[in-house]
Design a protein around this ligand. Structure first.
Ligand SMILES: NC(=O)C1=CN([C@@H]2O[C@H](COP(=O)(O)OP(=O)(O)OC[C@H]3O[C@@H](n4cnc5c(N)ncnc54)[C@H](O)[C@@H]3O)[C@@H](O)[C@H]2O)C=CC1
Ligand SMILES: CCCCCC(=O)/C=C/C=C\C/C=C\C/C=C\CCCC(=O)O
Length: 260
């Protein structure tokens, strides 16, 4: 299988899109370390996948991506258990326009934090094997979601960070590819109780519901399949991959410098 012998780390792996990413990576031969704050769901998924695919195929590590110490410990545990990291999926994310600083912290600052700690293990410049990092952004990283300005800002940030690091990696010799997925609305807990999560923009809830109805809703396996494509297609670096129900498309960005 395409990912035999590869070790992946997935954040926000216990539920929703992260769970589907974990499943498709395991189904394609990878060993996967599941990081999440939800211990009950994370351990249950680990046990299910190990029963289906073999006892040493996954490991759940309780890890809040806002904690540098917990991320360091998680990568250490990954090295001790599986010998290194080849694939990182920065997927953990929240929607909360009320506690908007927390949204920035989990959706953007933690992506940067996890990536920098992963580089120490993955970069060829520091003894790693190289590999690929796939960040979960959103269509809200390409165009605005008016009811969620801070969420929109974090996802634009994730795409910018991904593209800049892709270019930096090529120029520096990390041996790591960096790509982002940009799904539309997907059927997960993130969409539940939407009105309560919009804060001062709750008056735009109906407009958001209309947008959901117009764009349609993805199931999580439709989001996970493009992740596998970005992981396995070695020609892809610095891509933002839009995922719609029944269609997917790489973003064509305007060329404004020689490095991007
Ligand atoms: N559901 C949707 O419509 C879309 C979601 N996304 C993005 O997909 C990613 C995953 O979201 P969903 O699966 O929809 O949400 P979800 O709520 O179903 O799953 C999120 C997972 O992340 C975990 N998590 C949350 N905060 C964490 C933290 N601080 N540390 C570690 N784990 C944490 C949760 O426990 C949960 O298991 C997010 O980055 C989200 O922004 C992108 C586009 C559309
Ligand atoms: C209620 C908030 C749900 C947040 C989950 C999420 O990330 C969903 C995003 C869905 C749509 C994104 C919103 C705006 C998209 C705007 C433009 C997309 C451009 C696509 C194109 O064809 O150019």
């Amino acid at each position: 299988m395409a990912l035999n012998g590869k070790i992946a780390v997935v954040t926000g792996a216990a539920m929703g899109i992260g769970k589907a990413i974990t499943e498709i990576l395991v189904q394609n031969g990878a060993k996967v370390v599941l990081l999440d704050v939800n211990e009950t769901a994370g351990k249950a998924l680990m046990e299910t996948l190990n029963k289906q695919h073999g006892q040493d195929r996954t490991l759940f590590v309780s890890c809040n991506v806002e904690s540098e110490q917990q991320i360091k410990a998680a990568f250490q545990k990954t090295v001790e258990t599986f010998g290194g990291t080849d694939i990182l999926c920065n997927n953990a994310g929240i929607l909360n326009e009320n506690e908007w600083e927390k949204t920035v912290s989990v959706n953007l600052l933690a992506v940067i934090r996890v990536t920098y700690l992963a580089l120490e293990h993955m970069s060829k410049l520091t003894g790693g094997r190289g590999g690929v990092i796939v960040n979960t952004a959103s269509l809200a990283g390409i165009g605005p979601l008016p009811s969620c300005p801070v969420y929109t800002a974090t996802k634009h940030g994730v795409i910018g960070f991904t593209r800049a690091l892709a270019a930096a990696s090529t120029m520096s010799g990390y041996g790591i590819r960096f790509n982002a997925i940009c799904p539309g609305f997907a059927q997960t807990d993130l969409l539940s109780n939407m009105n309560n999560k919009l804060g001062r923009f709750s008056h735009l809830a109906d407009a958001t519901t209309q947008m959901v109805e117009k764009l349609g809703i993805l199931n999580v396996s439709e989001v996970a399949a493009p992740v596998l494509e970005l992981v396995t297609d070695e020609s892809k670096n610095g891509e933002a991959f839009m995922i719609f129900p029944k269609a997917k498309q790489y973003v064509t960005f305007p060329k404004v410098s020689s490095s991007g």
